[in-house]
Design a protein around this ligand. Sequence first.
Ligand SMILES: Cc1cc2nc3c(=O)[nH]c(=O)nc-3n(C[C@H](O)[C@H](O)[C@H](O)COP(=O)(O)O)c2cc1C
Length: 316
Amino acid sequence: MRHIEPKDVEVREVFSYLLGGVVPRPIALVSTLSADGIKNLSPFSFFNAFGANPPMVAFAPSRRGRDGTNKDTYHNLIATKECVVQMVSYDMVEQVSLASTEYDVSIDEFTKSGLTPVASDIVKPPRVAESLFQMECKMQQMIELGNGPSSGNLAICEVVKFHIAEKICDGDRIDPQKIDLVARMGADFYCRASGEAVFEVEKPGLKIGVGYDQIPDVIKESKILSANNLGQLGGIETIPDDDEVEAFRAELCKSKIEPTEFDEYASKDDYKSMLAAALSENESMYEKIEQSVKVALAEKDLDFAWKALLIRTDNS
Ligand SMILES: Cc1cc2nc3c(=O)[nH]c(=O)nc-3n(C[C@H](O)[C@H](O)[C@H](O)COP(=O)(O)O)c2cc1C
């Protein structure tokens, strides 16, 4: 590990670690108006949402690294206290990057980026028509986090109106595949939050899992189960007892699956038949049980996974 105290290195280096390590960051495409009414559009990835009641977002139009001066967005927010924050989909990322150019305050950045302004309902800055998720905002607070180059200014804004494209909605949820957002990584890297990059991890909610510490060592030492698999196992509320495991084993042993059929069922991700085949085998039974458990966990069948693994510990 590198162990670094920020005071011992250059600001540029600290910045580079933050940009590369605190990722992926969502991108706020922020429209503001200058005191003279010139439209400004700039992306900010030091950004997130911080509560729903009232709905609050914050982003950081920081001081410039080269001379410590403040950016146009900062000045516009101080002058008008209004903005629109819009999310950035993959289809618009190059135009958004163009909007990050340091054009003079007198230049309309909608014109430069080619993105389309549409009137907002409550605030004066226009929205970006191409964005599928737009938030009209009133700034509540600007917190200055330092006064040297690259120090942050945190603009805390209340959302006063949402505009959400109907085509990305699934009830009151936003479909991640349809909104197809991009996020900022370090250097010139971005990532696209759709396709196989998107996966689900069930929330514990009110469920109190037994925890990692309750998993028997023989399971934790598995060469087949991953740390994520063990995390899933720790989420079970009650570990099946001996009677349940015995009933489960007896039921499986009724099926007439031969050990040689294991691979065929594995190719179909049929973890129940995989386990039945594994149980009728002597040589590499434990390994095969764990392989079937891995598939069961991918299918989120936690009950099956635990019962199968407890057959294993019974026998070990
Ligand atoms: C994807 C992306 C994210 C950015 N994030 C930030 C940020 O969080 N804070 C910041 O000060 N500048 C950020 N920048 C740079 C600003 O967008 C850039 O300095 C812009 O010219 C500021 O415009 P303004 O002077 O019109 O406000 C980012 C640029 C890009 C392309």
